[in-house]
Design a protein around this ligand. Structure first.
Ligand SMILES: [Zn+2]
Length: 495
């Protein structure tokens, strides 16, 4: 939906508050955005005769090849404020199209307004504004950095990680060398992203490059050109391998990025479509009160040595009010991802890449949470906290979203739109990426903790969780950051 002038004003005010809260001058960001626009002004030419099917497979920049009327009908116009980096927003329109399609008639007739906020928190914000309606604000740090993370995650050799995890066959010095290098590259991107090197005014494009990495999907454009050539020339004019390009690195990166971004956008769209902000306002719960009791009972069984655990009042509220909404949004998001894969007729390898992207999203959320906890509470406390079972962490320490890595099995389990066979298939796609994430974090976390504990390391202002008061009173979902792990678990009777 094209946002009204009033909505743009409201979003710009929020963006300015966030920029100022980080100690920057909004004018500097405006200048950067202007420079980026000038740099990205060149658009590729349009190809004639694009069919709707072809259109559905298109993504940003390739959408420049679409006829104007198709674009008008099916693409979403992103809201662009003085602070939005258009090339980032333009990656999203066809993803929003898929979210709307999934909810069908159940989707509200008025679309939400999508825009960005200059933070690096991994989820977006879905919030209610009394005069302009629901806003979905995606955090531009992750939108900007996702391609780099995809690239370094992809390079970590899956087979060697599986070998390490199974610990049956020792790895060779050559394999160890490959693994070490790939992990060091990942750590480098992670630390750069978390450090004060990334700020709303440092997120520039490389000079002379009009598009962000992977903004332009050349392999798909090549296919499109090849298929139009076959209409003109006889089929046997081409050798087989020109017409059917096999799965390659570029495709894998592309689908990983799609998976990550689609999950993120679909999660926020679900909050909007299911009117979760309104439910938070009314304090309406979607689970029966027994839900909490059952979980506490389960917790007692798995940890009898803890005696009678008492979650705080705030924790109870989060567990019964916020977390079920977050879980519902995750279940919708994974179902939308599954539908995206099916509607595009993706191959096994392509689907594997899409789900690896989703796994990467949760992996990063988990890693960043650990790093921020270390910076606030120290290594020892963080480690004893993160060793607790996810259910304990969810219940005993107030938090809005469930523990990141626990969200993968939960979203599959709660996705009522998926059949049992689909659920099993999706679980299998996650396996390799999760093993990779585990081996990776076990190896790099001591280094990451060491670096961020040093005096010279400063966290990026875009990542710090103390958000400005600007979000107060807007029923913002996603705005509550780190759990407070400083409080010891209370050993009093509960119930
Ligand atoms: Zn959420």
């Amino acid at each position: 939906m094209r946002a009204s002038t009033e909505a743009i004003r409201v979003i710009e005010k929020l963006q300015e508050d966030f920029i100022v809260a980080q100690g920057h001058d909004p004018k500097d960001v405006q200048k950067l955005v202007k420079d980026m626009e000038n740099c990205g002004g060149k658009k590729p030419p349009k190809l004639p005769d694009q069919t709707l099917d072809e259109f559905c497979c298109l993504i940003y920049n390739e959408y420049s090849y679409c006829p104007d009327d198709t674009l008008k009908e099916h693409f979403f116009n992103p809201t662009v404020t003085k602070y939005d980096k258009v090339s980032i927003l333009n990656r999203l329109p066809n993803l929003i199209f898929f979210c709307r399609k999934y909810f069908g008639e159940a989707a509200p007739s008025i679309d939400p307004i999508f825009s960005t906020l200059p933070t690096s928190i991994l989820n977006g914000f879905c919030l209610d504004h009394k005069s302009v309606g629901t806003l979905i604000l995606l955090n531009e740090g992750i939108l900007y950095s996702a391609p780099q993370f995809v690239e370094v995650f992809q390079k970590i050799p899956t087979d060697i990680c599986n070998q390490v995890a199974e610990a049956k066959i020792p790895i060779t010095p050559e394999q160890a060398h490959r693994l070490k290098h790939a992990m060091a590259d990942f750590l480098g991107v992670l630390l750069y992203f978390s450090s004060n090197h990334s700020s709303p005014i440092s997120m520039e494009l490389s000079p002379g490059k009009p598009y962000l990495p992977m903004g332009f999907e050349t392999w798909k454009v090549r296919l499109s050109i090849e298929s139009s050539l076959t209409k003109t020339y006889p089929k046997d004019y081409f050798t087989e391998n020109i017409l059917h390009e096999s799965f390659n690195n570029q495709q894998e990166k592309y689908y990983m990025l799609r998976g990550l971004l689609l999950f993120l956008v679909a999660h926020e769209y679900s909050h909007f479509a299911r009117q979760h902000t309104e439910m938070i306002r009314r304090r309406a719960t979607i689970v029966a009160p027994e839900y909490l009791t059952e979980n506490i009972e389960f917790l007692r069984q798995i940890r009898p040595e803890n005696g009678n655990l008492e979650p705080s009042q705030k924790s109870k509220e989060m567990f019964v009010l916020s977390q079920p909404l977050e879980m519902q949004a995750d279940a919708d998001a994974i179902s939308i991802v599954a539908r995206y894969c099916d509607e595009h007729g993706l191959s096994k390898e392509q689907k594997q890449a899409v789900y690896s992207g989703v796994a990467l999203f949760f992996t990063l959320s988990e890693m960043l949470e650990h790093m921020l906890l270390v910076s606030k509470f120290g290594i020892e406390k963080t480690q004893s906290h993160t060793m607790l079972a996810p259910i304990e962490r969810n219940l005993l320490f107030p938090r809005e979203h469930p523990v990141p890595m626990s969200r993968i099995p939960m979203c599959i389990c709660n996705a009522t739109a998926l059949s049992q066979t689909q659920k099993e298939e999706i679980e299998n796609y996650f396996v390799d990426a999760l093993v990779k994430a585990e081996v990776l974090w076990a190896s790099v976390s001591p280094n990451a903790f060491h670096v961020i504990s040093s005096d010279s390391f400063e966290f990026s202002s875009m990542l710090r969780m103390d958000l400005p008061d600007a979000l107060e009173g807007l029923n913002a979902l996603g705005a509550k950051g780190l759990p407070d792990i400083s409080e010891p678990i209370k050993m009093a009777n509960y119930l």
